[in-house]
Design a protein around this ligand. Structure first.
Ligand SMILES: Nc1ncnc2c1ncn2[C@@H]1O[C@H](COP(=O)(O)OP(=O)(O)O)[C@@H](O)[C@H]1O
Ligand SMILES: Cc1ncc(COP(=O)(O)O)c(C=O)c1O
Ligand SMILES: [Mg+2]
Length: 264
């Protein structure tokens, strides 16, 4: 059984974060383990997000547990503090982990404030150089690449080049729903070739957790031995099915259906 680690936040509502990662790992037949960095709760009635970072010492105890077992691949998601980012980078280096998916979570869909602005610089400087692949959405890519905005495919390519120059071995920039294009496109770049991944754009707002699910699917595929390009291409199909079968949870949020690829 291949083993994976997610270093990420807990989304109490079950669609994103650690919860999305574990559900996605299960669908890929890999054994998932979790180091929880922060806890997200939502206010009933408004669904305003309330984020609490976990003490870095407790995150370290979780990582030490998991890394004593050993892993085949890992991902990061929401990281609660600069201390936790520093810790994650230190552990990746100490253990020589070489299949690392960095999902540079900065915003939750439906929220327009950057969760923890001070984390962006730490992710850029400490985590990107350790990434086998990083999976920013358009906003996150513009923050990492320090560009004003990304609106065209050429600007996506420019951002991808900058992110690889910062040390990531490869990057997939998620155009997703936001990119002005008929299809939902993502741009993959490994320093050698640009690959545009295209799928039908689904008209739905039940897409909570799509990014986490995509990154967790890539992590699973890497653990199972796929090349990065294969892992990303398969993950795009996996998350597409999940979004297609997204559903309304309440008046505020609709998560993706993590199991849709296998079940539908
Ligand atoms: N409406 C949509 N139709 C089809 N694919 C989508 C749609 N929205 C997002 N995707 C795809 O889902 C994956 C996750 O992207 P996205 O939802 O933009 O990430 P995030 O949740 O991190 O903002 C990407 O492969 C993206 O292209
Ligand atoms: C713990 C956690 N991680 C990550 C995310 C980002 O989710 P998405 O996959 O929609 O980008 C969220 C959003 O609510 C979250 O609560
Ligand atoms: Mg995301």
């Amino acid at each position: 059984m291949k083993k994976t680690l997610t270093l990420a936040g807990s989304d109490s509502s079950g669609g994103a974060g650690i919860q999305a990662d574990l559900k996605t790992f299960q669908e890929h037949n890999v054994y998932g383990m979790t180091a929880i960095t922060s806890i997200v709760a939502m206010k009933p009635g408004t669904w305003a997000h309330d984020v609490t970072a976990i003490d870095v010492n407790i995150v370290e105890k979780q990582l030490d547990t998991i890394l004593s077992v050993g892993i085949d691949a890992m991902k990061t998601g929401m990281l609660g503090s600069v201390d936790i980012i520093e810790l994650g980078a230190k552990k990746i280096k100490e253990h020589g982990i070489d299949r690392v998916v960095i999902d540079p979570v900065m915003v939750c869909k439906g929220e327009n404030e950057v969760l923890q602005p001070e984390n962006t610089d730490a992710m850029r400087e400490l985590l990107l150089p350790l990434a086998t692949v990083t999976t920013p959405n358009l906003f996150e890519a513009s923050q990492l690449a320090q560009m004003d905005s990304i609106q065209t495919l050429d600007e996506m390519k420019e951002a991808a080049q900058k992110i690889v120059d910062l040390g990531a071995k490869s990057v997939v920039i998620k155009g997703g729903k936001a990119f002005m294009n008929k299809e939902a496109i993502d741009l993959f770049y490994d320093g050698q070739e640009f690959v545009v991944l295209e799928k039908e754009k689904l008209q739905t707002s039940y897409n909570h957790g799509a990014g986490c699910t995509f990154a967790a699917a890539i992590t699973s595929n890497l653990a199972n031995g796929d090349s990065v390009k294969e892992a990303v291409t398969k993950a795009k199909d996996f998350v597409h099915a999940a979004i297609k079968h997204g559903f309304k949870l309440n008046d505020f949020v609709g998560p993706v259906m993590h199991g849709a690829y296998n079940q539908k």
